[in-house]
Design a protein around this ligand. Sequence first.
Ligand code: ADP
Length: 152
Amino acid sequence: MKKIAVFPGSFDPITTGHLELVNRALPLFDEIVVAIGQNSKKNYLFSLEQRLEWLEEVFENEPKVKVAHFKGLTVKFCKEIKANFMLRGLRNASDFDYEKTISQLNATIGDGLETVFLISSPLYSHVSSTIVREIIRAGGDASQFLPIEIKL
Ligand code: ADP
């Protein structure tokens, strides 16, 4: 059976932390689908089109990575594309608390869908899209936290 993992997130914008996580997960799966989940309650800084374009650029030369977007439940999307795993990153204890509940729920409503967690490497555990957005909103330079393909 082909091992397909969905890496869901907002990617508003994609950071070096996300990129490092995907690169480390590549040997574990046959395919990784980096998927932007659209949540109508969230206010995004960048448009869906812009975020997708960046993902396409960043993973252009990685044949095992596909880029997608979806609305609604992540487990439903996983089922639709026949993904048997979900990939998430853990930076700290608050990530763990949140992710633990979500992954247990997803396993229940997603017919045993397994979430695979990778602990962020120390070099990237402080990197988050939230911090990047704050720097950008304040007119600062966030380029060191962004993949080289992203020019702001
Ligand atoms: P969400 O809106 O679902 O939190 P994000 O785009 O912020 O989406 O993050 C998607 C996933 O990437 C989450 O599992 C998050 O823990 C992980 N992630 C984000 N930044 C890092 C990082 N610096 N190192 C490891 N994982 C990360």
